[in-house]
Design a protein around this ligand. Structure first.
Ligand SMILES: *Cc1c(COP(=O)(O)O)cnc(C)c1O
Length: 352
């Protein structure tokens, strides 16, 4: 019989702060594919593979952090979880809370959440509150709520989130048989870049890889506090998942960048949307805008002659494109040509 993937906590139990006797709250997250991007590889002169995190149960990498965060919440005996979200954290928290039988409360910035993500939080039964402010302000509110009331905070400032998310780095090394030369990913609140760096370092220390990769982080130009070197007040970008001006994991992300010998740069919304379209049309991988940022960053680095020839470059594409079809379609409409029930008409309309 083929082996069945058991979710990241059971698969990587030796590397996580849990043991066999814990009640593990899992929806089977992780075990996502690493997919070769042929055209992009030949264009940039490197081996480029995308880690498709949109394959997770709720369609984003947030599930890796949520299985471990909610497992700890249950262990602690709490009954309510709270998060601020640009969409995917709330979708994930709502699903894992539903599975564990917990109440989930979510604060989202008004009008800035993709429809699919909001629908997920609603169908999983979360209590959704829109805040007339941005993500950073939502996070301030939920931090205070969790300090004053018996509610567990499951944003990435919760250390169990990063513990779960670091397993994506383990998987990449397991899939390649070695660490890549460079790992790229989008940077918003900066939990994930911090988690990957922790994961790559831990796996190298455990002898599972002989080295650690350079970490190249990519932000959206309108929400690029790391590139500017300071938090910003009114972040703006089409990539709503990284529309963040005051990243919570600032120091950890700077350490990931500097210790790895990498960088964090910004790309325009236009470049993000174009990379999103290329991933869909050339690789067959439909991602949301934020997830395409690393590909846009890679293409820009290649154009500047900065991609080492023949390097192995892995890119985390963080979330599923089905969450936000409106942005991906742009001005294309959903009304393909209609024909009668007739083979000749079908052949004729197809130019056969
Ligand atoms: C959360 C998220 C990000 C940003 O991750 P951070 O850990 O906040 O830097 C990027 N892309 C998607 C799809 C996300 O959901």
């Amino acid at each position: 019989m083929a082996e069945v993937w058991r979710g990241i906590v059971r698969e990587y139990l030796d590397h996580l702060p849990f043991d066999e006797s814990d009640r593990i709250v899992s929806l089977g997250e992780g075990g996502t594919p690493l997919i070769y991007a042929e055209k992009i590889s030949s264009e940039v002169g490197a081996e480029v593979l995308v880690k498709y995190e949109g394959m997770n149960p709720t369609g984003s990498f947030k599930d890796r952090g949520m299985t471990s965060a909610i497992t700890q919440v249950v262990k602690d005996g709490d009954h309510t979880v709270v998060c601020a979200s640009t969409g995917n954290t709330s979708a994930s928290a709502a699903a894992y809370a539903a599975h564990a039988g917990l109440r989930c409360v979510v604060m989202i910035p008004q009008g800035k959440i993709a429809a699919g993500k909001m629908a997920q939080a609603i169908v999983h039964g979360a209590d959704l509150v829109q805040v007339d402010g941005n993500f950073d302000e939502c996070l301030d509110i939920v931090r205070e709520l969790s300090e004053s009331y018996p509610i567990a905070l499951v944003n990435s400032v919760n250390p169990y989130r990063l513990q779960g998310q670091k397993t994506a780095a383990f998987e990449i090394v397991d899939q390649l048989g070695e660490a890549p030369d460079i790992h790229m990913l989008p940077v918003g609140n900066a939990g994930n870049i911090s988690a990957y760096w922790m994961g790559f370092k831990e796996y190298a220390e455990a002898g599972r890889a002989s080295r650690t990769p350079k970490i190249w982080g990519v932000q959206a130009a309108g929400a690029a506090p790391f590139v500017l070197g300071h938090p910003i007040k009114d972040p703006e970008t089409v990539a709503t998942a990284i529309r963040i001006g005051k990243p919570a994991s600032w120091d950890l992300a700077v350490a990931a960048r500097d210790e790895s010998g990498g960088w964090i740069r910004a790309v325009t919304d236009e470049a993000i949307l174009s990379a999103q379209a290329r991933l869909a049309a050339e690789v067959g991988v439909f991602v949301e805008p934020a997830s395409a940022a690393p590909i846009a960053g890679l293409l820009a680095a290649a154009a500047a002659g900065e991609v080492p020839r023949g390097a192995t470059i892995t890119c985390t594409v963080t979330g599923n494109g089905l969450k936000d079809t409106a942005t991906a379609l742009g001005d294309r409409t959903l009304d393909p040509t209609v024909i009668p029930v007739d083979v000749e008409a079908a052949a004729s309309v197809l130019g056969l």
